[in-house]
Design a protein around this ligand. Structure first.
Ligand SMILES: [Fe+2]
Length: 137
């Protein structure tokens, strides 16, 4: 898996959301580092504790924003968030039992979250917000 860096392609232009997405990039870094150095259980569990909080705070913020801008894709986006939440919770259980391969799977999940969800799914509400702004000018 390539090393992840914050890239302007990930930016939504919404400061609070970008700040949280940057936190996700940081945590992916930490996890990659943990994996490279033999991923001590305590470190990956700490990352997981962060993610459980992150999922709650971040999805709540994004969904409130989508509601605020009247994004018609909100119900579908909520479902995507719910799927990510289920995947994170399932991996939490597997990591808690120190199941082989679970830390690597978490790393892959987060990588796809960044490259599929943020670049593709989140981008659709950003486009909607931009269109809406244009119409108001
Ligand atoms: Fe999202």
């Amino acid at each position: 898996m390539p090393s992840i860096q914050w890239n302007s392609r990930y930016a939504t232009g919404i400061p609070a959301i970008d700040a949280q997405h940057k936190n996700l990039v940081e945590v992916i870094h930490k996890l990659q580092h943990a994996l490279e150095t033999g991923h001590p259980h305590a470190e990956t569990m700490e990352i997981m504790q962060f993610l459980l909080r992150y999922v709650d705070e971040h999805f709540t913020l994004e969904e409130a924003y989508m509601e605020h801008i009247g994004f018609p894709g909100l119900p579908q986006h909520r479902k995507l968030h719910e799927q990510l939440r289920i995947q994170v919770n399932a991996l939490h259980d597997r990591l808690a039992h120190d199941e082989p391969g679970s830390a690597m799977e978490l790393s892959l999940l987060l990588f796809h979250w960044l490259t599929d969800h943020i670049l593709h799914d989140d981008n659709s509400y950003v486009s909607h917000a931009q269109e809406r702004k244009k119409l108001q000018l």
